[in-house]
Design a protein around this ligand. Structure first.
Ligand SMILES: Cc1cc2nc3c(=O)[nH]c(=O)nc-3n(C[C@H](O)[C@H](O)[C@H](O)COP(=O)(O)OP(=O)(O)OC[C@H]3O[C@@H](n4cnc5c(N)ncnc54)[C@H](O)[C@@H]3O)c2cc1C
Length: 290
């Protein structure tokens, strides 16, 4: 690879480069470009979820949520709807409501409030039913978790690699993509420090290992939804059973809630959810709720 061709106001320009990284996001055309150049395309794993959410800013009043800064109502059975309300600077809330497989929050005022009322806990509804909206409702849709296995390709052009969402894009409700891209940047620096020869192969292997855990978290969690298509080996079924118990106990246990966020935000390995003292809290939390 010797550079990129850029189409701008002044026409098409060619920029020469020793090294080119495709960081063009999930719509990356690298598979098609590789194909056109006679290389194999990477194997793709796609786990459709068809989620859609609608976001809006509201004025934040001191009495809202008794002073709490956030409430996150994660998607879970029976309806898999979710709602998030987070405090932002300048006395604002950012509110996002959504669901899976076309069960998306409506774009009209009344429908949006009604969707908030339908959530399994009332906090988001209780704020937005009377709060002052500061922006229009803004939609976002996401079709599928998508992973491209470049690390499996036997041949790849020199001076080139694929990076970030172009490699793997996760269901955004788990908030992992930027963290993974930052971890990949560190891995790429390390690969480049060892010389430009074979850098793509080294990078794709390193990136694949980095992606494994967040992919397992995002896809494993999505597979709790019965309509999500994908293999559910015994390990995934056990983890999802355990997670349902974990969520139940974490509703009233700050240690468990914090531990869950540490894992979801990639600060700890998923095995941290299974440590004996944590598992004991999960068991006690469920026994107390029974
Ligand atoms: C709604 C939403 C919420 C998210 N929330 C979080 C979160 O809370 N935490 C988190 O870690 N991650 C989150 N993510 C994921 C995160 O945004 C992405 O993983 C991250 O932005 C990926 O970075 P990237 O540079 O690989 O791709 P992108 O951010 O998609 O950037 C690709 C860029 O390339 C440009 N481009 C594409 N094609 C061309 C072309 N042919 N020529 C020139 N330019 C081109 C695009 O315009 C774009 O600017 C969220 C994603 C979404 C959609």
């Amino acid at each position: 690879m010797t550079g990129v061709r850029v189409r701008g106001a002044g026409g098409i320009n060619t920029i020469s480069a020793d090294f080119v990284a495709d960081a063009s996001g999930r719509g990356s055309r690298s598979p098609a470009w590789l194909d056109a150049l006679g290389y194999d395309k990477p194997r793709e794993e796609s786990i459709p979820v068809n989620i859609g959410y609608m976001t809006r800013l509201y004025r934040r009043q001191p009495e809202h949520l008794s002073g709490k800064q956030a409430v996150i109502l994660g998607a879970c059975q029976p309806d898999w709807r979710f709602g998030v309300i987070l405090a932002q600077e300048h006395d604002r809330w950012i509110v996002t409501l959504g669901g899976y497989f076309g069960d998306h929050a409506p774009a009209d005022e009344a429908g949006y409030i009604e969707f908030a009322r339908s959530l399994q806990k009332p906090e988001v509804f209780e704020v937005i039913r009377n709060a002052e909206p500061l922006t229009p409702l803004r939609p976002y849709q996401f079709s599928a978790n998508l992973r491209r296995h470049y690390e499996e390709l036997p041949r790849f052009p020199g001076g080139y690699l694929v990076f970030g969402d172009a490699l793997c894009s996760f269901n955004p409700i788990y908030g992992q993509g930027m963290t993974v891209a930052a971890m990949e940047a560190l891995a790429l620096r390390e690969c480049l420090n060892r010389g430009a020869q074979g850098v793509a192969r080294r990078f794709f292997r390193a990136a694949s290992r980095l992606i494994d855990v967040p992919w397992q978290i995002a896809v494993g969690s999505d597979l709790q939804h019965p309509e999500v298509q994908g293999k559910r080996p015994a390990q995934v079924r056990f983890i999802n059973w355990y997670l349902s118990k974990f969520y139940q106990a974490a509703q009233r246990d700050g240690v468990l809630a914090t531990r869950f966020l540490e894992v979801a935000n990639l600060m700890k390995q998923p095995s941290a959810l299974l440590e004996p003292r944590i598992a004991l809290r999960v068991w006690k939390g469920n026994r107390a709720a029974a």
